[in-house]
Design a protein around this ligand. Structure first.
Ligand SMILES: [Zn+2]
Length: 101
């Protein structure tokens, strides 16, 4: 990362804020594992761009993705997502097969 103490300080401040948001959102170990795996898959699928990103950037982006993923899992579980079509073609809540996972 280019040496710019002020920019690094600002970036670390944002990373800390996102980390606090992540900590406030997460409390279920299974959701945390699923979110971590999803974020890792997403970032590795983005190629080398994030692989060589500074640790603070990687942490900020991962925590933001995981926070959103966990929030989405919770919303689906709480029935707040309408018209979610499953891979079997049925809609959530109308599927005849048991939910996996
Ligand atoms: Zn189904």
């Amino acid at each position: 990362m280019p040496s710019n103490p002020r920019a690094e300080q600002v970036l670390e401040g944002w990373a800390d804020d996102i980390a606090i948001l992540y900590e406030a959102t997460t409390n279920d170990p299974a959701d945390m594992r699923a979110a971590s795996e999803a974020a890792a898959n997403l970032l590795s699928g983005a190629g080398s761009h994030f692989l060589y990103a500074p640790a603070v950037v990687h942490s900020l982006v991962s925590n933001a993705i995981e926070t959103g993923y966990i929030t989405a899992l919770r919303d689906v579980r709480d029935g707040k997502v309408d018209n979610l079509q499953l891979s079997c073609g049925h809609f959530l809540g109308e599927c005849c097969e048991p939910m996996q996972g």
